[in-house]
Write a new protein. Structure first.
Length: 503
């Protein structure tokens, strides 16, 4: 397990380390500079080079760069420093004075094959302009290998949006802890390979509020080796309310995915008029029909059939109507299990009102993408991109639900905990991926996990399945059914070092 911090949390961790633990800020800068120098030496060796250009700003990120320059120079590396800053933070000024090499105050004419970016740290909160913009453009047009220190300069440390212009790094060395901006929005595309280095910053004061990043070992715990003396009744029952005349595929994909998740029973509920279309399509699933010809019609008797299910996933391809909203309201009022609302169920809530969420008896997971969350919350897409972590947290707290905000890096918040899912691939950017995710999450939940736990596990496993698909098929040709077929491989990949599956 790793953690990711906001800018404010990182500043609090720095302050705690310096003021409470008594570690001098200059000592932290020396450690950071040493870590950057060591990483630079590794890169120089791999590139078969012995020269580097370090581009420094006037803040503490620039101080890390000047410290690195001094240490590399002492080790015989040919070092050049480029700095256009007119003023310097006290710590940066102190380490700059210790560096005895030359400093360019204008763009060098020659090109360097390796550049270290130390212009800005995570605290940048303005659009990059003037000389600083010129520095970033110089780096991006250099055709050099670029190492960014802490975060690519020009990237917002909280939301991962470019502040006008941003360094495109080949590798980013995160100092102390990861920051949200490394993963969100543009961050996932500009950071290159991520490496974290510990310099002794103690994050214990903010750790309880940090975003959690789970790893294979954490997810493997969801898939313990099963006893031989067991039966399907042990592993729960999942119900999927899905499909309509126009969206038959959504129901089928969600059901096939649920079957791969390991629940003992999987039942698909479809409109009565569409029963012949679904009959025999997925022989392993129980198929039952509800009122409705080409789409669902509300019927209390039908809804009562669901009340003993461990988990219900509702909304995949059902269409948006008042009948769907009535079905949602019934479950919120009468069901006491775990309810996952996706796709058209979310759109129905957005259209007809969220008040039923406040009076519910069941646990609820909402799985919107950014536009669906915009419709639910009333915030614009731009506002969500700028402050998504806080807005999701506030919404989930207001309605006492778990929210899985689907994106390149998905954000999950429930029961006071924030999670970032880093696994995935651009190959998942296809219709049907959300249906697959919902079915799989519901299946995990039916086996006794909370909705928050199931959302974290499901997003992670599907991300790994997407990565496996990309490796086998490339980014362009992967379909949602390809992902379903690789869910078992993803589980095996995650658990292979944790369990012995031999009898």
């Amino acid at each position: 397990m790793q953690i990711s911090l906001s800018n404010q949390q990182m500043r609090a961790a720095d302050q705690y380390t310096i003021q409470t633990l008594g570690v001098p800020s200059l000592a932290l800068m020396e450690r950071a500079g040493a870590a950057v120098a060591q990483e630079a030496k590794n890169i120089l060796k791999s590139l078969k080079l012995n020269e580097v250009l370090i581009v420094c700003g006037g803040g503490n990120n620039g101080g890390d760069g000047f410290c690195c320059a001094r240490l590399l120079q002492e080790q015989g590396v040919e070092v050049a420093v480029l700095c256009l800053a007119k003023s310097f933070s006290p710590d940066c000024a102190a380490v700059k004075a210790q560096y005895k090499g030359g400093v360019f105050n204008r763009m060098p004419r020659r090109r360097y094959p390796f550049i270290i970016d130390c212009i800005f740290g995570t605290g940048l909160n303005r659009t990059v302009e003037g000389d600083e913009r010129a520095l970033i453009e110089f780096i991006n047009t250099s055709a050099a290998y670029v190492l960014s220190v802490d975060i690519p300069s020009g990237l917002n440390g909280d939301n991962g949006l470019k502040m006008g212009v941003c360094v495109q790094a080949d590798k980013t060395l995160a100092i102390g802890e990861y920051k949200h901006g490394l993963f969100l929005n543009d961050g996932t595309d500009v950071c290159g390979k991520l490496v974290k280095v510990d310099i002794g910053i103690d994050a214990c004061a903010v750790e309880k509020d940090a975003a959690i990043i789970l790893e294979d070992a954490d997810i493997a715990e969801f898939f313990p080796k099963r006893r031989r003396n067991t039966h399907k009744g042990v592993y729960g029952k999942v119900d999927l309310i899905a499909g309509s005349k126009d969206y038959v595929g959504a129901a089928l994909m969600a059901t096939m995915s649920a079957l791969k998740g390991g629940a003992g029973y999987t039942r698909l509920c479809v409109p009565q008029g569409l029963f012949p279309i679904f009959s025999g399509k997925i022989p392993e699933a129980i198929l039952t029909c509800f009122q409705g010809e080409t789409a669902f019609s509300y019927c209390e008797f039908d809804m009562q059939k669901l009340l003993k299910s461990q988990c219900i996933a509702f909304g995949m391809g059902v269409g948006v109507s008042l009948e769907i909203y009535k079905m949602i309201c019934y479950l919120l009022n009468e069901y006491t299990g775990n309810l996952l609302l996706d796709a058209d169920a979310l759109n129905a809530l957005a259209k007809y009102g969220l008040q039923p969420l406040k009076n519910k008896k069941c646990a609820v997971l909402l799985t919107p993408h950014i536009q669906e969350f915009s419709r639910l919350s009333g915030y614009s897409v731009q506002e969500i991109q700028q402050n998504g972590v806080k807005l999701v947290q506030n919404f989930a707290e207001e309605y006492n639900v778990t929210v899985l905000l689907k994106s390149a890096v998905s954000l999950i918040y429930g029961k006071g905990k924030t999670y970032l899912n880093l696994r995935g691939s651009a190959a998942l950017a296809k219709g049907g991926s959300g249906d697959v995710l919902s079915g799989f999450i519901a299946s995990i939940c039916a086996q006794g996990h909370t909705l928050t736990q199931s959302a974290v596990c499901g997003a992670y496993v599907m991300g790994v399945a997407g990565e496996l698909c990309e490796q086998a098929l490339g980014q362009y040709s992967v379909t949602a059914t390809d992902v379903i077929q690789r869910l078992p491989n993803a589980i095996l990949r995650i658990t292979e070092n944790s369990h012995d599956y031999r009898r």
